[in-house]
Design a protein around this ligand. Structure first.
Ligand code: TXA
Ligand code: MG
Length: 327
């Protein structure tokens, strides 16, 4: 198992490695995924082992083109087509009835499978070359921060996987929005890189499930503790007017109070742009987590557009503090 720059491979090598049942970290526009041949249950099982991920948490299947849909899903209703035409390739996952050849391990025994076309040319080339659908959760140990650079993957999982394809920093920086489609009814399972506003502008209102319990998550990404740094994180509504120690870090959309003495300050967008903030979000959290701080203070985002997905990730990062055992 590689730990050196040897772990970084070409598109061709990534494809052969997937065909041979290997685990390959792949860049997408959202976060890096840890990919395996979705049709090979042994390769898929290795994902769960490498991530220490519970088997009740199903995986998203990635394909390069819409013509591949029949290889993964058995139905593709009109509303799915409308969403696909508008948002694919892109940060949207659709949960639809699966075909038999997708192993139960991929879906944790559910009859539905999550599928998406990532908007990253290198990875779509790998998928076409390997000529198999690829199951890929985010390439981080279960419950931890998602990786948005190849170096994050190397640091968190480098010694447990076969290869990493370096596609640079992820453009969107936050995971895909997940929509479940039953008949033509649409339910939001996870807010993400496509805002609810954009989706509802296209297809009308979608259902929002009530707050899920940790015991029976609708999408296990909705577990209360997830996406968490090791450093305790607290969410506040405004930048605190004083800080007690220099061992506190601040994560904020836009910083108007430059004089405060935080140990480390991460401003996500000087102009307060939520799209730019999403692209910087996990990188900033990785840096804060590596800075040896006692605590990270995170200022809540406006609850609109991508701010909704960012607040969702913050809530789960904060929850870890009182519930470390659930990971
Ligand atoms: O942007 C993304 O979605 C990234 C990139 C790599 O594509 N992937 C990602 O995967 O975030 P993961 O495994 O970290 O989160 C996927 C979420 C999980 O919470 C899982 O429970 C949910 O998707 N999911 C997958 N298949 C599902 C299904 N059949 N039914 C309900 N939820 C599903
Ligand atoms: Mg994840």
């Amino acid at each position: 198992m590689p730990e050196s720059p040897d772990a970084f491979v070409t598109v061709e090598r990534a494809a052969t490695c997937l065909q041979a049942g290997g685990l390959v970290a792949l860049p997408t526009e959202t976060v890096y995924g840890l990919g395996a041949n979705a049709l090979d249950p042994v390769a898929v099982a290795r994902i769960f082992v490498a991530k220490e991920r519970p088997f009740f948490d199903p995986l998203i299947v990635h394909v390069p083109d819409i013509d591949w849909m029949p290889r993964v899903v058995s139905e593709f209703p009109a509303v799915a087509l409308k969403l696909a035409e508008r948002f694919w390739p892109g940060p949207l996952t659709l949960v639809l009835p699966k075909v038999k050849s997708i192993p139960d391990l991929v879906t944790s025994g559910l009859s539905n499978v999550g599928v998406r076309i990532p908007d990253h040319e290198l990875t779509r080339r790998v998928l076409r070359l390997a000529n198999v659908p690829v199951a890929a959760p985010s390439a981080n140990p279960f419950g931890r921060l998602s990786p948005t650079t190849a170096e994050h993957v190397q640091a968190q999982l480098g010694d447990r996987i076969d290869a990493i394809l370096d596609g640079g920093p992820c453009r969107v920086g936050i995971e895909s929005t997940i929509l479940q489609i039953v008949d033509n009814g649409v339910t939001l399972l996870r807010p993400g890189g496509i805002s609810l506003e954009e989706i509802e502008a296209l297809i009308g209102s979608v259902h929002h499930p009530v707050s899920p319990s940790s015991e029976s998550p609708i999408a296990p990404g909705m577990l209360e503790s997830h996406y968490a740094p090791l450093t305790p994180l607290t969410i506040v509504d405004h930048v605190p007017s004083s800080v007690e120690s220099g061992r506190m870090g601040l994560l904020v959309l836009r910083n108007d109070m430059r004089s405060l003495r935080f140990g480390q300050l991460e401003e996500l967008s000087q102009t307060g742009d939520l799209v730019i903030a999403a692209a910087n979000f996990f990188q900033a959290l990785h840096r804060l987590d590596a800075a040896g701080l006692d605590e990270i203070i995170a200022v809540r985002f406006p609850d609109i557009g991508l701010g909704r997905a960012l607040n969702d990730r913050l809530k789960r990062a904060e929850h870890r503090r009182s519930d470390r055992s659930s990971c």
